[in-house]
Design a protein around this ligand. Structure first.
Ligand code: SF4
Length: 393
């Protein structure tokens, strides 16, 4: 039976006072050729300062609605390129959160960094104002690939930035990589993984490129300047990365993420576990008490808004069926899968009865496996995760 059709369903989400905070910085130095993120490369210092001032207002406004009884245990400053901001503005943003929310002593505070925008002194400054985790958008260690992607840094600069972060005292560093790129060879991707492992970051994210129509990289492929990768090569790259990371002591804990023991991204785990989070800034998403809401994507509207509520462009109250389906497909992104007991405690429903026909189909096609109390994607299911998720939407 599809989720949400039972009128009797009991929504019994476990109450958890922990709260994640996401802050979006929609500015970049130069637009990458594959990028569809909400970010602008044509703004000046004045516009960025105005944006930071409005962020502070939003943090103050939303804190009045949502801070009571909550402890913030993760803050993630993402973008765009947060490290385009001066340290004083990053300080302003973090200080605004601390002044309005109760923040746990051991909160994970991540900032995304473009290797082309930082040096050791800057990284040390960002650490001094509170960041304790840094996530580098490296994407590749191959200079030809970086050029094709329109990145502003070289491979050497990425390594230097990583070393600078370690020298500045960061004990928790992530490297983002992309595979499945036009003209990328399996050998070049293996080199990216090898170089990453040589640096020994605490966490590695490896994303499969989604070639989007409105990007210059898409035009390169359509015009024949670059050749798209076949699905077989793409999957070969994915599994070779998983194997290499696992052999090197990383736990492959989510479809596109691996971490050394104890170093999983606590913030991102909130998304896959349906824990509450508040988003601030342009286009930022929030999920609070079963309600999803999203801020406007128009910067002029965001800057003009007279209250944090006016910054929100839409609200949606999840139905019990929405909650179940999101719990399933987000939870299945984690390689340890979802717990049937947890599902039943959370929703008051027996998963195997509710989804009997879907389960029979997916297990027979070897896309899902049931291992005691756990339901998880198989190796084939990792390749065809969207096929599985569609069954639960
Ligand atoms: S740095 Fe990131 S957000 Fe900025 S243009 Fe490149 S991919 Fe997009």
């Amino acid at each position: 039976m599809p989720a949400g059709e039972s009128g009797e369903m009991k929504l019994d989400k476990k109450k958890n006072s922990a709260l994640g905070i996401y802050i979006h910085i929609p500015f970049c130095k130069h637009r990458c050729r594959y990028c569809t993120f909400l970010s602008d490369d044509e703004t000046g210092d004045k516009e960025r300062s105005l944006y930071v001032a409005q962020l502070r207002r939003e943090i103050a406004g939303k804190s009045e609605l949502y801070a009571a009884g909550r402890v913030v245990d993760t803050i993630f400053i993402g973008g765009g390129t947060p490290t385009i901001l001066p340290i004083a503005e990053i300080d302003d943003i973090i200080e605004a959160v601390y002044s309005r929310f109760c923040v746990a002593d051991d909160a994970e505070i991540t900032i995304e960094a473009n290797p082309g925008t930082v040096d050791r002194e800057y990284l040390r400054g960002v650490r001094e104002v509170g960041a304790n985790r840094i996530s580098f958008g490296v994407q590749s260690f191959d200079d030809g690939t970086l050029r094709r992607l329109g990145r502003i840094h070289t491979s050497r600069e990425a390594v230097e930035s990583y070393d600078a972060a370690r020298a500045a005292g960061y004990g928790n560093v992530n490297i983002d990589l992309i595979f499945g790129l036009p003209d990328q060879s399996v050998g070049s991707w293996a080199g990216d993984i090898r170089t990453s492992l040589g640096l020994r970051p605490d966490h590695i994210s490896f994303y499969d490129l989604q070639l989007e129509e409105e990007t210059p990289l898409y035009e390169d492929v359509i015009s024949g300047r670059l050749e798209a990768l076949s699905d077989i090569e793409d999957r070969r790259m994915y599994h070779s990365a998983v194997d290499a990371l696992t052999v090197s002591g990383y736990e492959h804990y989510e479809i596109s993420n691996a971490a050394l023991p104890g170093m999983k991204s606590r913030h991102n785990l909130k998304y896959w576990s349906m824990d509450d989070y508040l988003g601030f800034g342009l286009g930022a998403h929030s999920y609070m008490d079963g309600r999803r809401f999203v801020n406007t994507e128009f910067r002029s509207d965001y800057i003009k808004a007279g209250s944090s509520e006016q910054m929100v462009s839409s609200y949606y109250n999840n139905t019990p069926g929405d909650e179940m389906s999101e719990y399933i497909w987000l939870g299945l992104r984690r390689t340890d899968g979802i717990s049937l007991t947890d599902f039943s405690e959370r929703f008051g429903e027996d998963f195997m009865k509710l989804y009997a026909s879907e389960m029979e189909n997916l297990i027979e096609r070897k896309l899902l496996m049931c291992d005691g109390d756990k339901l998880r994607l198989t190796a084939l299911g990792l390749d065809l995760s969207n096929v599985v998720f569609r069954e639960f939407v």
